[in-house]
Design a protein around this ligand. Structure first.
Ligand code: CTP
Ligand SMILES: C[C@](O)(CO)[C@H](O)COP(=O)(O)O
Length: 209
């Protein structure tokens, strides 16, 4: 079976839907797609997209290597960078613009996220241990937008620990003492994770055309 990001959705690989969300965002200077070393599945990338085969063992390794690649490509440490999951293929240009509008003047940057919609339980041995107050809980999405140099420095602190605990860019910034901005996203910007997510993603894509 093909890796998730190349599985077809509504007639084209998932990652092409993901990249398309950034097509009409004129403020973006560079679009970089990080793939695994030796991965040329995509062949010729879409116009305006640079591919770097510098993916790593985990998401955080891939992001860190991608930040290094951007520096080699001439990006400045003060440039904003938006990091996005290939598996969030239903992102829209409006959501990207909302994140950029909210973060542009912010001293730290931020991320798309959703307030938790369901009652939250903690568990022990497969049974409910407690109901957790969810009034301050959010589900982190991507893109996550930070200054290139600040994000690289924050992540570098965890390089020798194999980025343990760095499950998203915000967590690295938080551990470096920052408080990223939460920008309300959309439930449709879910990460294709479970088998049933593929048909849901396809239905949403078809509903938009
Ligand atoms: N080594 C890796 C693993 C993941 N990712 C990125 O992180 C995103 C979110 O990870 P996910 O796809 O959920 O992780 P996987 O481990 O690839 O997928 P799954 O949990 O379904 O096995 C991916 O879409 C991809 O963009 C990456 O860049 N490098
Ligand atoms: C970055 C992320 O999508 C935010 O919700 C998520 O943490 C990725 O998790 P994964 O375990 O790498 O799929």
């Amino acid at each position: 079976m093909q890796p998730k990001q190349y599985q077809p959705l509504a007639g084209k690989p998932m990652v092409l839907h993901t990249l398309a969300a950034f097509d009409s965002v004129a403020r973006l200077h560079t679009r970089l797609l990080v793939v695994a070393p030796g991965d040329d599945t995509l062949g010729v990338p879409p116009a305006g997209v640079t591919v770097q085969a510098c993916g790593g063992a985990s998401r955080a390794h891939s992001v860190f290597n991608g930040l290094d690649a951007l520096r080699r490509m001439g990006a400045d440490p003060l440039d904003w960078v938006l990091v996005h999951d290939a598996a969030r293929c239903l992102l829209t240009p409006d959501q990207v613009n909302a994140l950029m509008d909210a973060c542009w003047e912010d001293p730290v940057g931020g991320l798309l996220a959703l307030p938790l919609p369901d009652t939250l339980k903690s568990s022990a041995d497969g049974r409910v241990a407690a109901t957790v107050d969810r009034s301050d809980k959010w589900l982190a999405q991507t893109p996550q937008m930070f200054r290139l140099g600040a994000l690289h420095s924050a992540m570098a602190l965890y390089l020798d620990r194999d980025f343990a605990g760095v499950t998203d860019e915000s967590s690295a910034m938080e551990m470096a003492g920052h408080h990223p901005l939460l920008v309300r996203g959309s439930a449709q910007n879910f990460k294709v994770t479970y088998p049933e997510d593929f048909s849901l993603a396809e239905a949403v894509i078809r509903s938009r055309t």
